[in-house]
Design a protein around this ligand. Structure first.
Ligand code: BG6
Length: 526
């Protein structure tokens, strides 16, 4: 797949067309945790990039809410610092000037759902009224919970108590402003706590107004999976048990736990990555063709996949699921500590930093096709990929030699970095002899479309403003995913076996290789 030159203008044209078709009403975005890491690294840079692309509504206010008092100017400086460090495009002074005028900060702290805190929100409420009045905003609100999960429920209750959610009055003809809620993962620690959070939120917001973020769904390459599958007649007919030998999904991280031990010690890789990101990748790769692209039609099909996953319970967990924890090793040649030596980690921690597992989707399309998933921290590189390994051709003609068998075709979808996809195809090497060599048809976003793809948070924030929940997790899917991982967590909790380890900078413990090799397969080198 050769790129027909660099089509940077194509990307620009499409962005311009998008901006013409997207209808986004004026809105106030209230970020709880507005002075925190997520806002600094992701949300404020994403909003700035949407501004650069002309995709924000002409009237908007972005109000950070946090414990630590800041003036509006201090908050603008904080945002500027985040944009300078983390934006995919450099800060343009003129555009910044315009954008930063929409940023405000209000100090408020919600520690629990006692009545006292309602006063904190009362102050926020009057400030929002003033800002909205000054900027001519109609009171449409997006509340973003970029705060620890223990504060989700208290915050939502306070929003309700402080009457931040407009409810249409019976018989009132006027259109009421919208109030939408964005919730970051983790939604719960297990199935029960996820249900409790969902129940509490449902008391205040309708499901249609709740946007549960899984930022993997906002990645361009993940959105492209459906296009690849359903806009190309060459691929979809092959993606089933008749032709596919197995599927691999790897999300590898090079970094260690960093400064997040407080959260990660309670989570581990299964909760942090598999329950959400990897299962979302799996369901997007394997769902049945939806009858339309409407949010609930697509989300119904994804739910079907989650419900069709074979449950791994009891001894099946020991057989099909491998966990691991990194020990001291190397990152790009530099020595790095083991997980148990990281700041904030217990010296006898049993938290897994790596998971590999073999899953099966027990439906007509995928019956008998193993799906191998793996993810971990402190692996040799940052690389996320889905590869679909087709069955070998019959052992005749070019594949007749028992030694030197042909490479089966592999479709690999690179989620990040070097976004794109490749198809391995066997081809004849020029010359008098018939020698077959696997060549690659390779597509790279960078060289074909030029520029940098929008960050996941740009797309997701825009979708919330536009009221499109397609790329967000519905309550039933979150709970179905928890239901599937629960027996794995329970098996691990009841076991006192030592956790397999791997030195930082290697591809997980040897048990992960044995898992896939047991049936004569190999992890695809990344
Ligand atoms: C987050 C996890 O959801 O995803 C982190 O909590 C992880 O532990 C991160 O590092 C990975 O995201 P990305 O986009 O960098 O692959």
């Amino acid at each position: 797949m050769t790129a027909a030159g660099t089509l940077s203008t194509l990307a620009d044209e499409l962005a311009a067309a998008d901006s013409r078709t997207q209808t986004v009403d004026p809105v106030t975005i209230v970020i709880f945790g507005g002075g925190g890491d997520l806002a600094h690294r992701k949300l404020l840079p994403a909003l700035y990039n949407l501004h650069l692309d002309g995709l924000l509504p002409p009237r908007i206010a972005i109000v950070g809410v946090g414990r630590k008092a800041m003036t509006d100017q201090e908050y603008r400086d904080f945002a500027r610092d985040g944009v300078t460090q983390f934006s995919r495009r450099p800060l343009d002074p003129e555009a910044w000037e315009h954008f930063s005028g929409s940023l405000y900060f209000v100090a408020a702290s919600i520690d629990d759902d006692r009545g006292d805190d309602a006063r904190a929100l009362a102050a926020l409420g009057s400030r929002l009224d003033i800002i909205e009045h000054e900027r001519g905003l109609p009171g449409n609100r997006i509340y973003y919970l970029a705060i620890p999960p223990s504060l989700f429920v208290p915050t939502v209750k306070q929003l309700d108590r402080a009457r931040f959610i407009p409810h249409p009055r019976p018989g009132a003809p006027a259109k009421v402003p919208f109030a939408r809620l964005i919730v970051e993962k983790p939604i719960g620690h297990d199935l029960d706590s996820a249900r409790a959070i969902n129940d509490a939120i449902a008391q205040v917001f309708e499901e249609k107004d709740i946007y549960r973020i899984d930022h993997y769904l906002g990645k361009e390459t993940v959105q492209n999976i459906l296009v690849l599958r359903f806009a190309n007649s060459i691929l979809e007919p092959l993606l089933n048990q008749k032709y596919v030998d197995h599927v691999q999904i790897t999300v590898a991280e090079q970094e260690g736990v960093g400064t997040r031990a407080g959260y990660y010690e309670q989570a581990g890789a299964l909760r942090d990555m598999v329950q959400n990101h990897l299962l979302q990748l799996l369901s997007t790769t394997s769902l049945e063709p939806p009858r339309s692209l409407e949010a609930d039609v697509v989300r119904d099909q994804k739910l079907e996949v989650l419900l069709s996953l074979r449950r791994l319970e009891g001894e099946a967990v020991d057989r099909y699921v491998v966990r691991g924890q990194y020990t001291a090793g190397f990152d790009a040649g530099k020595p790095v500590p083991g997980y148990r030596e990281e700041r904030g980690v217990r010296p006898d921690s049993r938290t897994e930093t790596f998971v590999a597992l073999e899953a099966f989707i027990d439906n007509w399309r995928w019956a008998g096709v193993p799906l191998f998933l793996r993810t971990g921290k402190r692996l040799p590189k940052r690389a996320s990929e889905i590869s679909i390994h087709l069955k070998a051709v019959p052992p005749v003609l070019f594949n007749a030699k028992p030694h030197g068998q042909l490479d089966p075709n592999v479709l690999s979808i690179r989620i990040q970095p070097d976004e794109g996809f490749a198809l391995g195809i066997n081809s004849k090497i020029p010359g008098p002899k018939v020698r077959v060599y696997p060549v690659k048809m390779d597509f790279h976003y960078g060289s074909t479309f030029g520029g940098s793809s929008p960050e996941a948070y740009e797309r997701l924030l825009l979708d919330v403003m536009a009221g499109d929940p397609t790329l967000f997790m519905r309550r039933d899917a979150v709970e179905a995913a928890w239901r599937w991982v629960m027996p794995i967590l329970e098996r691990w909790q009841s076991s006192s076996d030592p956790i397999p380890t791997y030195p930082a900078g290697e591809w997980g413990p040897p048990e992960a290789d044995r898992l896939i090799q047991a049936e004569g397969r190999q992890w695809r080198p990344l």
